[in-house]
Design a protein around this ligand. Structure first.
Ligand code: NAD
Ligand code: LMR
Length: 329
């Protein structure tokens, strides 16, 4: 019997990440080579025409797994029956905008989208927020979808994870496949903490293999944490193909499971592990089993790591407080 297509809703579909993402979803890289998909694209009215252009190109690829494309400027329609929701569209920070203004502007997007997911999503819906500030946008959407299990709302730190893998591999002169158990903790922001103390490289830890604390502190951590800004500086636009790639990795692993003997990083609702206040959507070392993310338990956290995890989590707590004050939670 032919498999029922999975409904994948992508917001901000006409944006740069959308353009890098949609073709990969339609080719089977999001869910696997045996899973047909239907795309539901959400855009603001002014960008619907551009989304239609992308849909024409998707048609022109004749992807065997792509079973339909619908375009909407209405969230309720776009999320009706959604199984996988990729919330990419967000309000970028513009000149003179304070952090509070940005949170408020994004509240205007993620509150109605959370409500729409609550109203119409399929029972198995999984949500990945990419649009920044991703962790707190995910929290806002989750707060307005009380009928959806809270754990289904996640935010993307897989791009940071992949960046960290490559930086460490280059430093050690090894292949990225030789590095396991990298971790990003905290917020997808410059306060994030990429942690190589638990990473494994050919039988030793990442930290021991590097054996250079100054490099970890002064080069590795800032390079990974500020990579987004460095790309904006170099490209004149924020990362797009690498962000789309990370979104594909996140959802693929969530649905299909992480490989044995390794873990990855994702921002998921805290259960209080590692001193992260319950409910904050914070990045952890995670495995995916049976379609659910689980936080890797019982890692030893030394003072160097503790200080950095706490700083990023503090920023997340402040963002939560700010959106609470705006009445968005
Ligand atoms: P972009 O400006 O090229 O595209 C954004 C699109 O979203 C636009 O087409 C816009 O019309 C649309 N949009 C705006 N409001 C919308 C709404 N309410 N509903 C539906 N669509 C809406 O931006 P981009 O480069 O594609 O980046 C998108 C977001 O992803 C940004 O917030 C960016 O900062 C973020 N980002 C996150 C990561 C991460 O690792 N988490 C990495 C890179 C970029
Ligand atoms: C990134 O990490 O590349 C982006 O989140 C940067 C940005 O601000 O869009």
């Amino acid at each position: 019997m032919a498999q029922v297509p999975v409904n994948v809703t992508v917001t901000g579909a006409a944006g740069q990440i959308g353009y890098a993402l949609l073709f990969r979803i339609a080719s089977g890289q999001l869910l696997g080579p045996d899973t047909p998909v239907k795309l539901r694209l959400l855009e603001i009215p002014q960008a619907v025409k551009a989304a239609e252009g992308t849909a024409m190109e998707l048609d022109d690829c004749a992807f065997p797994l792509l079973k339909g494309i619908d375009i909407f400027d209405d969230a309720r329609q776009a999320f009706d029956g959604v199984n996988i929701a990729l919330l990419v569209g967000a309000r970028p920070r513009t000149k003179g905008m304070e952090r509070g203004d940005l949170l408020e502007a994004n509240g205007g997007i993620f509150k109605p989208q959370g409500e729409a997911i609550n109203a119409g999503a399929a029972d198995d819906v999984r949500v990945l927020v990419v649009g920044n500030p991703a962790n707190t946008n995910a929290l806002i959407a989750q707060a307005h979808a009380p009928d959806v299990p809270a754990e289904r709302f996640t935010a993307m730190t897989r791009l940071d994870h992949n960046r960290a893998l490559t930086q460490l591999a280059k430093k050690l002169g090894v292949d990225v496949t030789e590095i396991k158990k990298m971790t990003i903790w905290g917020n997808h922001s410059a306060t994030q903490y990429p942690d190589i103390f638990h990473a494994e490289v050919n039988g030793t830890t990442g930290a021991k293999a590097v054996n250079d604390e100054a490099w970890v502190r002064d080069e590795f951590i800032p390079t990974v944490a500020k990579r987004g800004a460095a790309i904006i500086e170099a490209r004149g636009a924020s990362s797009a193909a690498s962000a789309a790639n990370a979104a594909i990795d996140h959802v693929y692993d969530w649905v299909n499971g992480t490989p044995e003997g390794d873990w990855t990083s994702a921002a998921i609702p805290s259960d209080g592990s590692y001193g992260v206040p319950e409910g904050l959507i914070s990045s952890f070392p995670v495995v995916s089993r049976g379609g659910r993310w689980e936080i890797v338990p019982d890692l030893e956290i030394d003072a160097f790591s503790r200080e950095r995890i706490d700083a990023s989590v503090q920023e997340l707590s402040e963002e939560r407080e700010a959106v609470r004050k705006l009445g968005l939670l």
